[in-house]
Ligand binder design. Structure first.
Ligand code: PMP
Length: 334
């Protein structure tokens, strides 16, 4: 028998899926990179592997050591999966408001889970600051080392997208890519893919799709860090400029509200059989806006970050949607 892959070999090399309705609506060729097909179910498996491999190379993690991270959930799932496969432990700090499905998944994987209040970044209780202090404490007590993954500033995050996601998109489109757009959590995906594509095709247009409540749209349109409104999407939207976005310039940016993003999620599921979470809805709406700006005939790529099953109790729950005054389709109510 030929050598078969191990679980970590299955991270990356995700397919590009043709998004039919978005393409028909705009006359463009819009594709979503199916990151929900990674073994841990999200784009963050790539980041997790990149960060753990970099920590090993730097001598910060030795067999049996601990990887610590603050996360909206997906990075924690990716890190714990990679940690389990390689013989490390994980400590995951998460806001209490993260979806129950992500909490369940982390418990199943055996992460040491710390839930914190959904505090603003300026508060010491914010999950990022909590993770940093937990990591610093554990670094003194763990004989095999404790590393803080610090995905927002860790260059290994941007690097893995430069090394894998970007080149995959280039190969899969045969270089016929006119635009790439996605939302930002840590900025690793946007920055790494932008670096890789611009190096191969300087004219490629890079776009930011920003949810409401995030300050990046105003940052890229005048410099101020200002946020308005809010969003129920998880894993995206920031009130500061993450280190991983250093030096990144965007050619196009748009703000997408939940009322626009959620119908993209529902239609994709019902009309095309593709199940995605809220951040993918922001991304698809962003790709449609970019397509309208570029005009018909262009090829635009976005990211399908994770699957709808990760948000069943929220995005696909009419009571939750009603409580948050969000739209839901008739088929969901019946
Ligand atoms: N969507 C989801 C669901 C996520 O969990 C994340 C990661 N925080 C992103 C999008 C954004 O990816 P990145 O961190 O590379 O900006």
């Amino acid at each position: 028998m030929t050598r078969q892959p191990g679980i970590l070999d299955l991270i990356g090399n995700t397919p590009l899926i043709h998004l039919r309705e978005a393409s028909e609506l705009t006359g463009c060729h819009i594709y979503g990179k199916a990151e929900f097909m990674n073994p841990g179910g999200s784009v963050k498996d790539r980041t997790a592997l990149g960060i753990i491999r970099a920590a090993e190379a730097a001598g910060e993690l030795r067999p049996g050591g601990v990887i610590v991270e603050g996360t909206a959930g997906n990075t924690g799932i990716g890190l714990t999966l990679v940690a389990n496969a390689l013989g490390y432990q994980s400590v995951i700090v998460m806001p209490q408001t993260a979806s129950q499905e992500k909490i369940d998944q982390l418990e199943m994987l055996g992460a040491d889970l710390i839930l914190v209040p959904n505090a603003p970044y300026s508060s010491h209780q914010h999950y990022i600051h909590t993770a940093q202090s937990v990591a610093e404490g554990r670094a003194h007590s763990e004989p095999n080392g404790a590393a803080w993954a610090r995905q927002f500033g860790n260059p290994a995050n941007r690097q893995i997208h430069y090394d894998t996601t970007g080149p995959e998109i280039w190969e899969q489109t045969g270089g016929k890519v006119d635009g790439f757009i996605c939302a930002v959590g840590t900025g690793g995906t946007l920055a790494g893919v932008a670096d890789a594509l611009r190096e191969r095709k300087p004219a490629v247009k890079i776009g930011l799709a920003d949810p409401m409540g995030s300050a990046l749209y105003s940052h890229f349109n005048g410099g101020a860090l200002q946020a308005e409104g809010n969003s129920i999407t998880e894993g995206i939207g920031v009130s500061f400029v993450p280190g991983n976005l250093d030096g990144v310039e965007v050619d196009f940016s748009c703000q997408v509200d939940d009322d626009t993003a959620l119908p993209c999620v529902f239609d994709l599921l019902k009309h095309e059989g593709i199940s995605v979470g809220g951040s993918s809805g922001i991304n698809i709406a962003g790709a449609i806006a970019m397509a309208k700006e570029l005009g018909p005939g262009h090829t635009i790529i976005t990211i399908l970050c994770d699957a709808g099953s990760r948000y069943h109790s929220k995005l696909f729950n009419p009571e939750f949607l009603m409580r948050h005054k969000l739209p839901f389709p008739e088929w969901m109510a019946s």
